[in-house]
Design a protein around this ligand. Structure first.
Ligand SMILES: [Zn+2]
Length: 122
């Protein structure tokens, strides 16, 4: 085999690995496919300058679409920690709230503060 051929094979393998990675395969799965350790794949990806996937933290429950009082959760606010959610309040305000505050029972953007409970006029 010529040096050129070896380089081609290495290049093909690199492209295949990068392709698999970009398609969302786990490092472990790729490593298994190419008979190398996943730490090696990790090191290669770094060496090749492959942009890393930002992995959505598995433990974060998706609250999008859920209602908390007047707040409707739209989406997660970036990938920040502690986790924040963007929510729209019934009054029209869009706010970013910590998950812990939703858990703690926040029910509006703050527009309810100081107001008496709405009572229905009958
Ligand atoms: Zn509000």
């Amino acid at each position: 085999m010529t040096t050129r051929q070896i380089k081609d094979i290495a290049g093909n393998m690199r492209d295949a690995i990068i392709g698999s990675y970009e398609q969302g395969e786990s490092l472990r799965a790729i490593a298994k496919k190419y008979f190398v350790s996943h730490t090696t794949i990790n090191a290669w990806l770094d060496r090749w300058g492959v942009p890393r996937r930002t992995r959505p933290a598995r433990s974060v429950k998706d609250l999008a679409g859920q209602r908390f009082g007047k707040l409707t959760v739209i989406r997660r606010d970036g990938l920040k920690y502690p986790v924040k959610w963007v929510a729209r309040c019934d009054c029209g305000n869009v706010v970013s709230v910590y998950r812990s505050r939703l858990r703690a029972g926040i029910r509006s953007c703050g527009c309810m503060r100081g107001r008496r409970k709405a009572t229905h006029a009958s």
